[in-house]
Design a protein around this ligand. Sequence first.
Ligand code: ATP
Ligand code: MG
Length: 476
Amino acid sequence: MNLKSHLTHPVFELIRKTADRRQTEAFVVGGFVRDLLLGRPSPDLDCVVKGNGIELCRELCAEIGKRTGETPVLHEFGQFGTCKFEYDGLEMEFVGARKETYKPGSRKPVVEEGTMEEDRMRRDFSINAMAVSLNKASFGELSDPFNGLEDLRNQLVRSHRDPDLSFEEDPLRMLRAIRFASQLFFDIEAGTFAAIMRQKEHIGELSAERVTEELDKIILSPKPSYGFKLLDAAGLLEIIFPELCRLKGVEKRNGKAHKDNFEHTLEVLDHVAYAKGGLWLRWAALLHDIAKPKTKRFEEPRGWTFHGHEFVGAKMVPGIFRRFKLPMDENMQFVKKMVELHLRPIILAEDIVTDSAVRRLLFEAGEDIGSLMTLAKADITSKNREKVQRYRNNFAIVERKLEELEEKDRIRNFQPPVSGNDIMEYFNIPPCEEIGIIKTRIKDAILDGIIENDRGQAWELMIETGKGLGLSCPRS
Ligand code: ATP
Ligand code: MG
């Protein structure tokens, strides 16, 4: 098979010229080839060169500089024999062909110069071990030593080496197998999957960052529930994310059963994925019911309840983020807030939708109200069609009201119309408790629709409240 017509990016021609001039072989390998054959965009491009990859790369960068007037910045990693640069939106990595051998009991591979075949062999799966020649005589020709093309056609992730050995050498490959299956909606070949089940305990040897990078990719895949079910079936989920496994199962008492919260959580995550929710809203979907096992009670006559699971769940978010070495920044705060507020739109939609309840929701969610509504809608997974329809109709009312009230009262970015300083100056008082009382009163009056979000009306209420608290009004 020849893929010449797909190698349209000008860099391939430049690599060809440089490699031919140096009389060496160059190939584009791995993920880029796989994605090219699948018609998927690939953000990064790996090239393997016979001999010294770094020297070829230096020449290539100089050549690009000559052509475009801008020489890319080359990052060299001498000890690994690799180098990287960015050109025209592509992350390029070059490496000399190598083989890796693992000494028993050591996790660090011994890396030596190797043949192209050995380089193919060290790669993780057959679909990632294909290469395309960039030399003139064979430009665009596919080299596929382990039938990766056939596996692509059969939609299979398959280890072309002894999978037990491969996973023991580098346990990350087990997560990569599931991540590729989830991203591409592929099966994992039976022998490869059985080896993951056997080698699962090795997952504990990986750093949190490497695990999280793969987990994020599973979460970002088109139907993440598939990846999570594979993680669960392989026994990996129990090790890396026990809180999720605890959501599993249905308990029945006095004829009353609750739903399986693991299945439900994955369904909500899929809904958010279909709605094109970003990474953090997907994390929020994954964690929205995480405290249900902790808060589960059976109360007659209601049956199963999970009172306060949204607050307990929100409190669990920082610990989970810390363990996964996820950023402890505004993204974590966002996830926490989404978990804490996830029931609010539903509670609102169950009731008569009042203006003040909608204003309060807008006030608390602020700029994230759109995300919260996406999550709340995704949370409706009932099998009862009538119930689902009723919720949908009520959500439509809530959304209409949100728009109406936002336009009128500008609650989303609420700034108090009267500040603490205004109050101190007017009543000539130092910082004290009364200031907070007055501010809360004004905020509540606006949210309850007693006054508008207007400085004049707020000013009057400030004076009235101050008087009620026994403060003297100098100008009245
Ligand atoms: P993506 O870029 O979409 O994450 P990819 O397959 O390109 O997927 P990279 O991390 O970019 O993954 O790696 C490029 C290539 O290097 C892979 O296709 C594979 O051939 C090889 N590779 C990467 N990681 C491993 C690993 N842990 N074990 C063996 N080979 C690997
Ligand atoms: Mg890649």
